[in-house]
Ligand binder design. Sequence first.
Ligand SMILES: [Zn+2]
Length: 593
Amino acid sequence: METTTYSLAPWSLSDLFPGSASPEMQAAFDELERRTAAFENHRLELKPDIEARAFLLILDEIEQITRLSNCVDGFAGLDFSADTQNQAAQAFLARASQFLTGLQNRALFFEIWWKELDAANAQRLMDVSGDYRYFLEKTRQFTPHTLSEPEEKIINIKNVTGANALNVLYDSITNRYSFKINADGEGQELTRGELMVYARHHDPDLRAAAYQELYRVYGNDGPILGQIYQTLVRDWRAEQVELRKFNSPISARNLVNDIPDTVVDTLLDVAERNAGLFQRYFRLKARWLGVERLRRYDIYAPVAQSDKRYEFEVAADMVLDSFNQFHPQVSQLARRVFTEHHLDSEVRKGKRGGAFCATLTPDLTPWVLLNYQGRPEDVATLAHELGHAIHSMLAEHHNAFTQQASLPLAETASTFGEMMLVDRLLATESDAGVRRDLLFRQIDDAYATIQRQVFFALFERQAHELVQQGAAVDDLSAAYMENLQRQFGDALDLSDEFRWEWVSIPHIYHVPFYVYAYSFGQLLVLSLYKQFKNEGEFFKPRYLKILAAGGSQAPARVLSEAGIDIFNPAFWQGGFDVVSESIARLEALPVGQ
Ligand SMILES: [Zn+2]
């Protein structure tokens, strides 16, 4: 066991390039240009009876081009994140992205040919394609929903001034909003992000004021924003259902995620049946806050205030130790991110906010960005992002197309990593206030990630039908209020301005039906965690196998090979049972201790 301690530090990008203006970078541009030109020469070989060997060589070539492109693109993005005010980094990001888009367009003919190839020959080639198989399969899943080339071109051209333009318009309108609130003895003008900090404030009046102001502003434009939504929903149906022949509006998204329609329906049904669970939590929270009943304004109210801070060295030790307790291989992989200096942990002026993990190619340890400030949630974020990195590293034997897990599985290792850390904290933290705070925050997060998103998805499913039947914006607001009533029952007081909440959710505009993926990922992890608790050591190899599959198989198959049946409602119920147990732990505590 290593005993190195790790301190706050910036990352090094030298495993990629010495700099954006270096000769090595210029050499990469030259090589990409040369390889792409060579690749274009294969166009003539792409015939239905192409020999398997020749086909595999072509695949290897695109994969090599993809790896090098990812290094250039990755360097540009990471260097910019490290200092968003650096003009050279800004300029290089734009230059790299333009160059790489040009290359992609030149190589696009391969994908088009592959999608159009007859089924028998496609099968023949997939059978010998090894680790490329799922990538090839996935591309062809869209074949039945792909139109002719001229039709696809027209859709692309008209989208620029159609659906895409409406989304840009929605962003332009809503990004200009400023919100006014009286706080700390003075009137303030805030962005939405700044305003919503008050949703978690200890002062109940400020929490109410924040929501009232949010929906006052959105509500003022409600009819226009609602009209934009109706048009996008009509466009979605016209394209996905009428032209591309998907069974339903949500099916188009399900295929992108490669999740069968019935699995998504089961997930949404089970979640809806568990509405009572979070209602129970809100009643519990009301008791802790000393009120008869919570208002919708209060659901993220802090119950306990702990100002506990953790030095980075301590946090890194805790996270690595919790990983090590699960499996030494997991902590060894996480250490690679530290020892190779792929972690930018410190807060710096100009550095991008938030946190992320970037996996570029299978042969490079991922890079992780944090803005570590020592709060308990910062420790959780460290565990979360290192979880992503571990997921990628366990799957590094795959190729550039199949290493990274697809969306429904993408949050598995990260969320699991957080849960390992929280378990360790709950077991070792001596301060009862900190422990209680951790539990409340965990359930707050579960609510926001699972149930809130499920009810958005249920609303979307209904809204896409209502619009088809000619519903007006007010009808959609009424449907939204009914959706909230089903979600909260009589556990919350719901005030009328929430009728405009739906026009304030960018996801339902930009990426219809995206939101259920959050619930899917979180419930999956909770359910896995429950199995871990029940099975102990037996569970570990199955879990590591799921991660090691990366994106090399369909999610349902990865999971079924680990003995998990996502078609079975009981599996999803298992996730809710974990939340229920956490709520029970809090219910067992005497209120106010
Ligand atoms: Zn994540």
